[in-house]
Write a protein that binds this ligand. Structure first.
Ligand SMILES: NC(=O)c1ccc[n+]([C@@H]2O[C@H](COP(=O)([O-])OP(=O)(O)OC[C@H]3O[C@@H](n4cnc5c(N)ncnc54)[C@H](OP(=O)(O)O)[C@@H]3O)[C@@H](O)[C@H]2O)c1
Length: 285
């Protein structure tokens, strides 16, 4: 029996990975959810074990008997290197055979500041001696749901992404890629640069939203600090606002563009078109 475990399984990506795994596992493969709070995992439909990145004693118990592990990167920016180290060390001690890790697109060269902790985690994986698979995820299309709603309210999109092209994909598509890499063979030592088949600039996103709503919603590009200040003024904590503005500047330098089509190749179908995503968001508002 090959036991496949997923950390962060009650998060937005993790829930989708569990769903995709359930549809994909073959005889001889089983799935277990590793979660901070098992009470939140009751609806996942797979066994859940308590696992907190900050509590190595929970990791040792949770990882017993696990063969293949998906480490979903933590959302605790600034603490992720030590958290991920705890997981990798516990996995090694527990005899886990392979770790797949949700990294960032082109982690080795990305101009996006969030890449620092992903680079460090990738290095720890290489040094661990374990087999690993790097799932370098591009931006989620869902990251733009707030921007679309905001533009409908204010009359314009804002950002610091310039003319940078963004190859975003849905969480569901990244989750399916993870399920493929966890259940199939031949993914050891592989690094996948995962992104949507089609890219858009913020001006394209504004034009498409305008087209679908019949309104005139332009994109106004702002200097990094001005954009961060606006994000703070609408209630985001200063470090989050700064991180988002810096990520946009990274996008302006091409940090979110990828045209290698590795995501659609892994999942065996085209990625969900970004224009469909815009339509879905508009319908939900
Ligand atoms: N590519 C992108 O555009 C993008 C965007 C945002 C984030 N990300 C990264 O991708 C990851 C997954 O995305 P997501 O949308 O699923 O984020 P999410 O919904 O915030 O999920 C984060 C998951 O991490 C778990 N977690 C946090 N601290 C933990 C700890 N100490 N021990 C164990 N688990 C812990 C959370 O557990 P609980 O369920 O208990 O809260 C949650 O399940 C994020 O954590 C972040 O690293 C990527």
């Amino acid at each position: 029996m090959t036991n496949i475990a997923v950390t962060g399984a009650t998060g937005q990506l993790g829930r989708l990975v569990i769903e995709k795994l359930k549809a994909r596992v073959s005889d001889g493969q089983s799935v277990v959810a590793l979660v901070r709070d098992p009470a939140k995992a009751a609806d996942l439909g797979v066994p859940a074990r308590a696992a907190d990145y900050d509590k190595p004693e929970t990791l040792a118990v949770a990882l017993a008997g696990v063969d293949v592990l998906l480490l979903i990167s933590s959302d605790a920016i600034g603490q992720r290197v030590s958290q991920h180290r705890n997981v990798i060390e516990a996995a090694k001690a527990a005899g886990v055979k392979r770790i797949a890790y949700t990294s960032i697109l082109r982690a080795d060269t990305t101009p996006i500041g969030l890449g620092v902790e992903h680079r460090a985690t990738e290095a720890m994986l290489r040094e661990s001696g374990l087999a690993y698979t790097l799932l370098r995820n591009g931006w989620y299309l869902e990251n733009y749901a707030g921007a679309i709603a905001g533009a409908l309210g204010s009359g314009a999109f804002i950002g610091s992404a310039g003319e940078g092209r963004i190859s975003a994909a849905t969480r569901a598509d990244y989750a399916e890629a993870a399920a493929v890499a966890l259940t199939g063979g031949g993914h050891e030592g592989k690094t996948y640069e995962l992104a949507g088949d089609e890219s858009f600039s913020m001006a394209d996103l504004a034009a498409e939203t305008s087209r679908q709503t019949g309104r005139d919603l332009p994109y106004n590009d702002l200097p990094e600090d001005a954009y961060a200040k606006i994000l703070e003024s609408i209630g985001l904590p200063a470090p989050v606002a700064a991180m988002l503005a810096q990520s946009d500047v990274g996008a302006s330098k091409g940090g979110l563009f990828e045209d290698g089509l590795q995501l659609s190749r892994l999942i065996g179908r085209p990625t969900t078109p970004w224009t469909d995503f815009v339509a879905g968001i508009l319908k939900s508002l």
